[in-house]
Write a protein that binds this ligand. Structure first.
Ligand code: RP5
Length: 159
């Protein structure tokens, strides 16, 4: 199983890195590439056409057409992550990514929501992989335990 992450610029790396870390934590193979829908359209095309990934995550900022272009090149699921940048702080990339024409879907997540993009990819893969589903359940349990622990620490004044 494999997830491919495409980011529009090396300047997206600081945000995108946590998606890679999350996928690796779940033991999911991940490949990544910097390729821009506008600056290097052929590179995007060649990567998507040659990738054996089951799911694509496309993260880009500004006039973010990357996820839509990736979706136009494949029938595999495409998760779009709008990246925040000046001057519109991600609203521009959110609208560019989410508002796809009917027939070519992009599952658009929150601005800078790369970690959820990784988790959503793991959820899709877990439909066919019981071990991965178990890891997701234990991840949720750990999160819940942390909330309760922090509540306790807050009350004790130790947080
Ligand atoms: C988008 O424009 C990239 O995804 C990035 O978020 C934004 C700015 O890119 P750079 O000018 O920093 O390369 O294409």
């Amino acid at each position: 199983m494999k997830v491919a992450i495409i980011m529009g610029s090396a300047s997206d790396w600081g945000v995108v890195k946590s998606a890679i870390d999350t996928l690796e934590k779940f033991g999911v193979d991940v490949e990544w590439i910097v390729a821009s829908a506008h600056r290097t359209p052929q590179r995007v095309h060649d990567f998507v056409k040659n990738s054996s990934a089951q799911i694509f995550i496309a993260a880009a900022g500004m006039a973010a057409h990357l996820a839509g272009v990736v979706a136009s090149l494949t029938v595999k699921p495409v998760i779009g992550v709008p990246i925040s940048s000046e001057p519109f702080k991600g609203l521009d990339s959110l609208l560019s990514t989410v508002q796809m024409p009917s027939g070519v879907p992009v599952a658009t997540l929150a601005v800078n929501g790369v970690k959820n993009a990784a988790l959503f990819a793991v959820e899709i893969l877990s439909l066919q992989d019981g071990e991965l589903a178990k890891k997701l359940i234990s991840y949720r349990e750990q999160m819940a335990a942390e909330v309760e622990l922090n509540d306790k620490r807050l009350r004790e004044g130790s947080l």
